[in-house]
Ligand binder design. Structure first.
Ligand code: PA5
Length: 447
């Protein structure tokens, strides 16, 4: 089996030449240098670069705390939004049983909250929690984000009423800033165990910190293997100035060249529902990092073959504004073979004895060629197998490529000033103290 995920640009060659990709990748080595020397934009948020190494010393403690939650409960509610949510959800969904909540075995269940303000969602969740023996991991770097703060207030109240204040405190772990924010104060006041999100690691680059690793350890993932995968990808990308062999430089260069040819939408494609939340994590990473100053590639995602029966039509024949990045998983852990039927009444015997992964692979190859014929550039990312090790590689690969791509675009890939606009309006409309005047103006606009 291959040791690394790899990138294949041959299905983009009709749109951008290999020479052009190499030229831009070589030019972008200076951005790699800027990341390593901390001389580029957003240089106070580069802690994620060395997380695969730096986090090692915390892994035992993370695993110990995870074991504790698993021993006192059968379910953990992970509360967070954006970078404090998507990474752990992405890896959990990629590597867990597809029907985990329905398994009869006593597998620990992971539930998520704080990623929306939907009343029905939280009400349905507390219905389920009524009958569960549960713990809570609450994650917020700022410690002040409204969505998770509301969810935590509701779930903390539910848990305290269910098991009492002292037992609840033993089952709540907060992951937050070392000293600032309401969540830090709350944790200290109530005596919760805490993990710290390093100052120099921004939300969407934090999955390899306790933000992602604590929930993943509780979910039963091998976090050491995940970090090892990330570390191995760090070794082949971070200091690798040989552009041809650096997949992150190649990907960052290729997608920017495609943008320059008018392809302003990148569609991340998975051929398995297990990667659905990985795509959500990727969309946040690229959308928040690049979409600013009127620039950026719009990150979208589809799940094939499911969406070949919906958005596939647009991709094949709609406006030629997009390119695809296809995640192809070479091998599956489980094996299912299509049975043979004597009378072949459904005419599927030509597939008899074939594994589903073989059919899926042909669907993938066929799709790539069809989309190429439909004038869609395609990049392939080959993933040997979906396990902790390769998912760790994939995470670090996309993170470092995102930072490089942001520098190629000449934006700061580590801030997100645009996220504040809706918050300000929401606070004003809810009469948060200090926002009264703005509230009056907005209400007048809504009339
Ligand atoms: O990437 C980011 O910085 C954001 O998506 C944050 O993770 C998100 O807004 C949640 O912030 P916090 O962890 O402060 O609650």
């Amino acid at each position: 089996m291959e040791k690394h995920i790899s990138i294949d640009l041959k299905n983009s060659a009709d749109f951008i030449s290999w020479e052009e990709v190499i030229a831009l990748a070589l030019q972008s080595v200076r951005h790699l240098d800027a990341l390593n020397s901390g001389t580029g934009a957003g240089n106070d948020f580069l802690g994620w670069l060395s997380l695969p190494e730096d986090i090692q010393v915390q892994l035992d403690e993370i695993k110990k705390r995870a074991r504790h939650l698993r021993s006192v409960s059968d379910t953990t509610v992970v509360i967070g939004i954006g970078g404090s949510y998507l990474g752990s959800r992405a890896v959990t969904e990629a590597l867990s049983h597809s029907f985990a909540p329905l398994l009869k075995s006593s597998q620990h269940q992971m539930l998520f909250a704080g990623q929306n303000i939907c009343e029905d969602y939280i009400s349905d969740l507390t219905d389920i929690l009524d009958d569960r023996n549960y713990s809570v991991i609450v994650i917020s770097k700022s410690g002040t984000t409204t969505e998770p703060a509301i969810a935590f207030r509701i779930i903390k109240d539910h848990l305290e009423r269910k098991v009492g204040k002292a037992k609840a405190a033993d089952r709540i772990i907060a992951v937050t800033d070392s000293s600032r924010g309401a969540l830090r104060s709350l944790a200290e006041l109530n005596g919760y165990e805490t993990f710290v999100i390093p100052d120099d690691v921004g939300g969407r680059y934090s999955v390899l910190s306790p933000v992602g690793l604590l929930p993943l350890a509780v979910a039963g993932m091998d976090i050491r293997k995940l970090v090892k995968g990330a570390r191995d990808m760090e070794l082949i990308t971070r200091k690798n100035r040989n552009a041809e062999n650096n997949p992150a430089l190649l990907y960052a260069a290729a997608r920017n060249l495609l943008l320059q040819t008018g392809r302003s939408v990148e569609v991340l494609v998975g051929f398995t529902p297990k990667l659905r939340y990985f795509s959500e994590w990727w969309k946040q990473l690229y959308g928040e990092s690049e979409g600013k100053d009127g620039k950026g590639i719009f990150p979208a995602s589809v799940e094939f073959t499911t969406d070949l029966h919906s958005l596939g039509q647009y991709i094949q024949e709609g406006q030629r504004i997009l390119f695809e990045t296809i995640l192809l998983v070479n091998e599956t852990e489980k094996k299912v073979t299509i049975p043979s039927e004597k009378d072949d009444s459904d005419q599927l015997n030509y597939l008899a004895c074939k594994r589903l992964s073989e059919v899926n692979r042909s669907a993938g190859e066929g799709t790539i060629l069809a989309h190429n014929d439909g004038n869609v550039p395609v990049m392939r990312i080959n993933i040997p197998l979906l396990n902790e090790y390769y998912v760790g590689q994939l995470i670090y690969f996309f993170e470092i490529a995102c930072a490089l791509s942001g520098y190629i675009l000449d934006v700061n890939p580590f801030d997100q000033p645009g996220v504040e606009a809706y918050k300000k309006n929401m606070f004003a409309l809810l009469n948060k103290p200090g926002f009264e005047e703005e509230g009056k103006k907005l209400r007048a606009r809504l009339k």
